[in-house]
Design a protein around this ligand. Structure first.
Ligand code: MG
Length: 294
C-alpha cells in the first residue's frame, strides 16, 4: 500500500495512492486518522481498516486537487541518520576534506548515527532554500528511509523486520562547511528544509526484498548516484539492533540509512547545489522525490 500525507485546502489528511486509477482514497474522511504517526500506531488494525476503505471508499480525491506533504510531515522526534554506510561513499567522503571525524579510518567499525531536526522536513516538490547556508556548500544525499512500526528496545537483528512499517525516500541535504566546522554533524544536516521526504510511504509487505531496491539520484537530469540497497555496509537489521539496544524505538520513527557514492563533494573540485537546480532521488518501488533548489 502506498500511503500519503496531503493538504486538501487547509486540512491535512492521509490517504492511499492508487497508481492504477490515478486516484487517492481519503482515509481521514473515512474516520481514520489525519496524522500518519497516529495511523502507524494503529498497526495492522489500521492497515486492515485502510484496505476495507479502499474497497468501499468514503471519498476519492483527484491528485490534482491536493498537494503532497512529507509522509510524516512533523516527526515526533529527530530523524535517525547513518553516516558513511556505503563503501564507495565512505571513501569519497574520507578523501573530500569535509570529514572531521575519524582521520585514520575509511570504513567505520560501528554504525555512525546522528540525527536531523524535525523542522528540517519538507515534502516532495517543495523548494530547498539555499539562503540558510551562508557557506554556499550545500550537497544532496539520496537515501532510503525506514519507517518504524511496532516500537521496542533491545530488538535483535532477526526480529528487526517485524518492526519495519514501511519505506520512503529521504534526501539528507547537508551544508558541508557547517558539517565540517562544527565537528558534530547536527547543524550542517538540520537547516530548515534540509530533509526532503516522500513522495509516499510504501508498506513493507509491498516492498518484498528491500535489499533489491535500486536508488538513483539525478541533478538537472544528470545521474549522480546509482546503487542497490544490498550495498549498505550496515544493513537495516543491524541499524535497528544498534539504535534500539538502549534507545526505545517508537512507531513512526524514521531511519535514513545512508547515501551511496556520487555526492557533490566527490567531485574535484566539489560541485555544490545552486539556485535553479533540481535534485531527484528515485527508489524503485517507492517513486521519485524531487526537490527544486532556490
Ligand atoms: Mg546521509
Amino acid at each position: 500500500m502506498k500511503l500519503i500525507s496531503f493538504q486538501d485546502g487547509r486540512m491535512p489528511g492521509i490517504g492511499v495512492l492508487d497508481d492504477a486509477e490515478g486516484a487517492v482514497i481519503d482515509l481521514s474522511a473515512a474516520g481514520l486518522s489525519s496524522d500518519m504517526t497516529s495511523f502507524i500506531e494503529l498497526g495492522s488494525e489500521g492497515l486492515q481498516r485502510a484496505m476495507e476503505t479502499c474497497m468501499d471508499p468514503v471519498a476519492v480525491l483527484d491528485p490534482e486537487d491536493i498537494y503532497l506533504t512529507a509522509p510524516i510531515p512533523t516527526p515526533r522526534r529527530n530523524i535517525f541518520c547513518v553516516g558513511r554506510n556505503y563503501h564507495d561513499h565512505a571513501k569519497e567522503f574520507h578523501e573530500s576534506g569535509f570529514d572531521a571525524s575519524e582521520k585514520d579510518k575509511v570504513i567505520p567499525d560501528h554504525p555512525m548515527i546522528f540525527t536531523k531536526a524535525t523542522t528540517s522536513v519538507i515534502g516532495p516538490g517543495e523548494d530547498l532554500d539555499l539562503s540558510l547556508d551562508p557557506t554556499g556548500t550545500t550537497d544532496y544525499e539520496g537515501e532510503l528511509g525506514v519507517i518504524i512500526g511496532p516500537g521496542g528496545r533491545g530488538i535483535a537483528k532477526d526480529e528487526a523486520y517485524n518492526h519495519v512499517y514501511g519505506y520512503t525516500i529521504i534526501n539528507d541535504m547537508t551544508a558541508r562547511t557547517l558539517q565540517h566546522q562544527h565537528k558534530q554533524w547536527f547543524i550542517g544536516k538540520s537547516l530548515d528544509g534540509y530533509c526532503p521526504m516522500g513522495p509516499c510511504l510504501v508498506t513493507a509487505d509491498e516492498i518484498g526484498d528491500v535489499a533489491k531496491l535500486q536508488l538513483t539520484t539525478t541533478v538537472n537530469g544528470e545521474k549522480r548516484q546509482d546503487a542497490v540497497v544490498a550495498d549498505l555496509i550496515f544493513d537495516i537489521p543491524t541499524l535497528i539492533e544498534t539504535i534500539s539496544a538502549g534507545i526505545t524505538l517508537l512507531p513512526g520513527d524514521i531511519i535514513a540509512t545512508g547515501t551511496p557514492v556520487g555526492v557533490g563533494i566527490g567531485f574535484d573540485p566539489p560541485v555544490f547545489l545552486k539556485s535553479g537546480d533540481t535534485v531527484a532521488v528515485t527508489v524503485s518501488g517507492i517513486g521519485t522525490l524531487e526537490t527544486p533548489v532556490i
